[in-house]
Design a protein around this ligand. Structure first.
Ligand SMILES: [Zn+2]
Length: 249
């Protein structure tokens, strides 16, 4: 048994004490996450760049948005399985650690979810996960409330004015920030957040996300590749296209 699997088993046992629930990954009884699903949350770091108004924003994600990572995040969001925030925090921490290193960032700024969804659930998933990860974050982004004139816009017009969906606090002025999000899909949210932060005078160093949706054809043009922090200088990265999940339910 490796050290990693020992630690994983110990963590899984600890989570099992929280509540008599079924594994969010596979449905096995009496564990929030069984040892094999905990192992499925082992980070496989991925990176990409996102073009935002002529500059390239480096993105790091800990895992593809698939399998256990996807099921655990959905269970947290839609079934209120908040005990999953702790194992997911370890996933986010891996991405933040890799993205923070060498970025020159001074602040971590989470991308807030919709206020309506947070009010319905009673918690914001990203806020909860960053808290469980013990990360000191600066809540600098606020959604711009839709005025009557904005509500009257048709969908295409609203998408065109997407850049105005967030407003950033003046606290970030002159600071270098790293964005933190749960899942990167098309990158539209990150672009909007980056524009809002830049408008407030911040420099955006990049984004760390728990997971990246790599196979949503037509929705994402982001090209992800796996990398290992230790192998970074050797240039033998595995392209994500070679990745096969094989057991997505
Ligand atoms: Zn399981």
């Amino acid at each position: 048994m490796t050290v990693t699997s020992l630690v994983s088993t110990a963590l899984a046992e600890a989570w099992a004490l929280v509540a008599p629930v079924d594994c969010a990954g596979c449905g096995a009884h009496d564990r929030a996450l069984c040892p094999s699903c905990v192992a499925g949350l082992q980070s496989r770091l991925m990176r990409a760049t996102l073009e935002v108004d002529g500059s390239s924003l480096p993105l790091v994600a800990a895992l593809p948005y698939a399998g256990v990572a996807r099921r655990a995040l959905l269970a947290l969001k839609h079934e209120g399985r908040t005990e999953l925030a702790r194992p997911l925090a370890q996933v986010l921490l891996a991405a933040v650690t890799a993205a923070w290193h060498g970025s020159g960032a001074e602040l971590l700024v989470p991308v807030p979810g919709s206020r309506a969804a947070a009010a319905r659930r009673g918690f914001g998933p990203v806020a909860l996960i960053t808290r469980r990860a013990g990360l000191a974050v600066t809540h600098a982004l606020r959604p711009v409330s839709a005025g009557p004139e904005q509500k009257a816009l048709r969908l295409e017009q609203r998408l065109a004015t997407d850049a105005g969906r967030w407003r950033a606090s003046s606290r970030v002025s002159g600071r270098r920030v790293l964005l933190v999000d749960d899942v990167v899909t098309s990158g539209a949210t990150l672009r909007a957040a980056t524009r809002a932060l830049r408008a407030a005078g911040a420099e955006v160093a990049g984004c760390a996300a728990m997971a990246a949706a790599v196979r949503r054809w037509g929705e994402s043009s982001i090209h992800w590749e796996f990398f290992a922090v230790d192998d970074e200088r050797h240039g033998d990265n595995e392209p994500v296209e070679d990745y096969r999940e094989g057991k997505e339910a």
